[in-house]
Design a binder for this molecule. Sequence first.
Ligand SMILES: [Mn+2]
Length: 433
Amino acid sequence: MDLPFEASEYIGRQERVFAELPDSSILIIPTNDKKIRSNDVVYPFRPNSYMLYLCGWMEDEGVFVAHNHGGNINSTLFVPQRDTKKEIWEGIRIGVEGAKSWPVTTTSALENLESEIHQMIELSDHVFSISGVSKSIDDICNISDTIRDPRPIIDPLRRVKSTKEIQYMQEAANIASNAHKFAMMKASPNMGEWEIQSSVEARFMSSKSTWSFPSIVGGGGNATVLHYKSNDCIVRDGHLVLVDAGCEVSGYASDITRTWPINGSFTEPQKEIYELVLKAEKAGISACQVGSPWTHMHRVVSEIIAQGLIDLGVLKCDIHEALGDENKLDGPFRNFFMHGTGHFLGLDVHDVGGGRQGDPGAPESLEQGMVLTIEPGLYFADWRSDIKIPERYSGIGIRIEDDVLITNDGPVVLSASCPKEISEIESIVGSGV
Ligand SMILES: [Mn+2]
């Protein structure tokens, strides 16, 4: 099996982590536990992202253990042993011998973990492990309160992508862009949301990819539910459909949202909101500059959205009142744009190292090699009783989301091939039925 990266890239990551850890530290990273659905049926397995990051181990059991006693990094990958009887059912395992070609110092059988780990912990002054990932490994290692979380050290490193990581992310963005475009082409009024979902995901699968999060396909008012997931309604003629879907390549995610009319023509009110969201999105992308504060994009986007809502007569106040508190930006525009402007993207769709814009743990400012999403939206949920929804826009939900790479030469939109201009969308929707 080929690993997505050269050994030197994994070793470099391990070295950068240990450069931040004190001497005599041990780092224990388990992969995710298999989750049983019922009897002998398990949910699809996805390796733990920290495991993928540090050594690329993809099998559904395994623990990466490394320490820096005496200055050198010494790592062991504990893996399941070959077992013909099991392999007849579940497929051939890489095994202890096979795992030696992974970027670690040595390998050992997973069943040795219990006897070896306690001595390794004993010899270490500092123990770092992510608890809660694998209950069985937590139990074996007897994870206690004295164990420290290595994520605040690893996450900032994961935030900046290498050339090879960016290649995978570009590939994931290309596949998802094509998938969205394909779904637009295949669309017609009164289609089921699930049929649109199947167009998108068919493209993921035929590209040897898979979704990076469950696809959201919301027609009409369903688009106003931010994490809508049932995808089981009909998209009526005259309605918009919001499709938020992305895939992964070698573990790296894309995350794209497009909103388009199922019959290929925007109505005037839909166009008014769409144009405002698109304007805010483009301004948010332009604001993705090296050195920009993490909160900057959200501020830029919020100002345009708030002013736009005033211009459309949705908000009847001045811009200061619409935006609310200078720092919190918590004014009444948030009734219609209630989520963040974006998030980091990488091995996880909501990647580590920043959370939502404005969350603690975020970077001071953007650096070359970071990848994030810009995704403003406006939602006029007709089912809400807490606010008054303007009749003209009632039931409209629109989000536009692209994946953006930060470079010294300005933002690069990885998902640029996914149509978002009104004229492009109107000519593509339904063109390939
Ligand atoms: Mn997103």
